[in-house]
Design a protein around this ligand. Structure first.
Ligand SMILES: [Zn+2]
Length: 277
């Protein structure tokens, strides 16, 4: 599942970094416009005219048929008070029917998952995925309580939304190996907790970890079926395996999913961390 993101940037917006730097968003904040009968086009043109006087703009609007990005993701927008220096702001337009709401909701969950996955932030309620209401309660600088009532109006809770963003996030991180993959970096490190214990490889931008070394360090049972040539971890056949120089690797996201570990990529040291917790 994938959607097109229409880009129609509001001109002359300020280029303000997030608190951790340019393009270093820490999560996504979800809103609804509370503006009956609106569409992403009407919202974008309204904010093009009025963002200065309203002192407000967000990164994207989603309606029942499309979504528009109107501010650059890498800079902060002015949508959720003291949360602006952490979060991307996404607005759901108002819905006239349950069918329209469902389309808006699906697209919003997908877009939130996409922006979280781009920085491998995971989906964590109150950490990487928040409501405007959460920002009001926890960070302040804003009085809005959206989109809680909007979700409720259409039979959804915030917990539903978190779950559905998680599902969308998982769908985005499924392996997509093709036969023409190429190894782009053999020098990455793989760590379990704080200890680097193996070398990994980067294939088409995805990190791969040696299954046996890492699986066993994570306390998982690693088995190789000599008949089928398939490797399984804790009884789950790994789908993303590649063999290089006699070592079997798996995409680290799949390995983390199967062993239920958290994953973190440090681009500076080119290290992929599996966290036991
Ligand atoms: Zn809001």
């Amino acid at each position: 599942m994938s959607y097109d993101i229409h880009v129609d940037l509001i001109p002359d917006l300020p280029s303000e970094a997030y608190r951790n730097g340019i393009a270093a968003w820490e999560g996504v904040c979800i809103h609804d416009t509370e503006c009956p009968g609106d569409s992403m086009d009407s919202e974008v043109s309204y904010f093009k005219r009025n963002w200065r006087s309203r002192k407000a703009f967000v990164h994207a609007f989603v309606d029942g048929t499309s979504m528009t990005q109107c501010a650059k993701w890498e800079f902060k927008s002015w949508g959720c008070g003291n949360g602006n220096n952490r979060f991307i702001n996404i607005e759901m337009c108002s819905a006239q029917s349950a069918a329209e709401f469902n389309e808006i909701y699906k697209r919003t969950c997908w877009l939130a998952a996409l922006k979280l996955n781009e920085r491998k932030l995971g989906v964590m309620d109150g950490v990487t995925l928040v409501s405007h209401d959460w920002v009001r309660r926890n960070l302040g600088g804003t009085t809005h309580t959206d989109p809680i009532a909007y979700l409720k109006q259409w039979g959804k809770s915030w917990a539903d939304m978190v779950k559905d963003v998680e599902t969308a996030y998982e769908a985005l991180t499924q392996p997509e190996l093709t036969s023409d993959t190429h190894i782009s970096d053999r020098g990455i490190q793989v760590a379990v907790d704080d200890h680097v214990i193996a070398k990994g490889i980067l294939i088409d931008g995805r990190s791969y970890a040696p299954i046996r070394a890492i699986g066993e360090a994570l306390g998982a049972e690693v088995a190789w079926d000599s008949k089928s040539g398939l490797t399984s971890v804790d009884g789950t056949v790994m789908k993303s395996t590649v063999n290089q120089d006699g070592v079997t690797y798996a995409w680290s996201a799949e390995l983390a999913q199967v062993t239920k570990k958290k994953l973190e990529w440090d681009g500076k040291t080119k290290t992929i961390y599996f966290w036991n917790e």
